[in-house]
Design a protein around this ligand. Sequence first.
Ligand code: HEC
Ligand code: HEC
Length: 333
Amino acid sequence: MKNLRSMITGGFLVATVATIVYSCQSAVKETKEKETSVLAVALLQVDTAAIPNDKYGEAVRYGQELMYNTAYYIGPEGINGKYLGNKMNCTNCHQQGGTKPFSFNLMLSHEDYPQYRAREGHVLTLAERVNNCVTRPHNGRPLPLDSREMVAFLSYFRWINSFVPKDKPVKGIKNLSVALPDVAASPERGEKLYVQHCARCHGAEGEGQWRADKVTYTYPPLWGPYGYQPGSSMHRVIKQAQWLKANMPYDKATYDKPFLSDAEAMDIAAFVNDDSRHHRPDVKNFDYPHIIEKAIDYDKGPFADTFSTAQHKYGPYLPVIDYWKKKGLKASY
Ligand code: HEC
Ligand code: HEC
């Protein structure tokens, strides 16, 4: 991780990518979709060396620090404030500080908010959206909207957004898609796969592995009292499967060469998110005030359709999607 970070910091990655982009340029116009997407993905890079040396740049730099070392600054024993309930870092999910393609990439967020959010049933600012992640995956209390930390996060998001090409489509902001199987995702099958592919880093009990200084983790926890909580998007089976496909196992998967099959990613996500086996921080969520807008893989009722809680949680999802299609509505997930 350190190596990668210093590569980014040194602008090395940027230079490599620029070469790829340049050498592809003449062929771009009539290339097939696949090649175009490679080019577009390559363009989603930032050059840390280009952060300006002024007050704004100072905020951007602190924002970047917060993305990578969240627990150190604002964790339960944070040196600049105690906000998070656990010692995970934003970059554990938004990898490479939110700039890695297909890893819950944050490079469009600055221009995409304020935005209507179905989960809250109203329009959220980007600052409020940041606080959703502070309170849910991090099980913490919200940052004051005018805190130095919130201003730093927002400055950083504005800055990474400035590297998004305005005249070309970009790839890697949305998740990789997974083909939804005809059968329900299975925690039982997922458990076997977890032991094979995940436990060596995240632990047999999903507890992760501490970094030597215990400020944070080398391998973050997946469940237990210090993992993300049920109201988090990572707790949804389809959403997690999409992310796993592009990103895990950490040392084997890349978005252009996934390691897990779609069905395997679904089964593992089902196992990781099976709260009947795995303890998680206990929270009460009052989400989706308009239940017709509820994401189909959200596992708390009431539901506006006729499917069971189990089917919402594990699928099969195709009948649910069909149900909504027949009503002229698009199922969200
Ligand atoms: C356990 C994983 C996890 C952690 C840790 C996490 N997030 Fe998120 N975050 C998500 C998921 C999942 C989404 C929704 C992505 C989607 O729907 O495709 C999200 C969405 C967001 C968004 C909205 C993006 C957009 O453009 O709509 C922002 C901003 C954000 N997170 C910021 C943060 C910050 C800042 C931190 C650290 C304080 C953080 N997140 C920690 C999983 C996480
Ligand atoms: C080689 C070690 C390694 C393996 C194997 C591995 N991971 Fe990870 N995983 C990581 C690291 C490191 C991170 C944090 C990434 C970062 O900070 O950039 C992570 C992050 C995650 C996260 C988001 C953060 C969190 O704790 O919620 C999830 C979910 C996850 N891994 C699931 C899995 C699953 C499921 C598997 C098996 C398919 C797996 N991982 C295999 C190292 C590994």
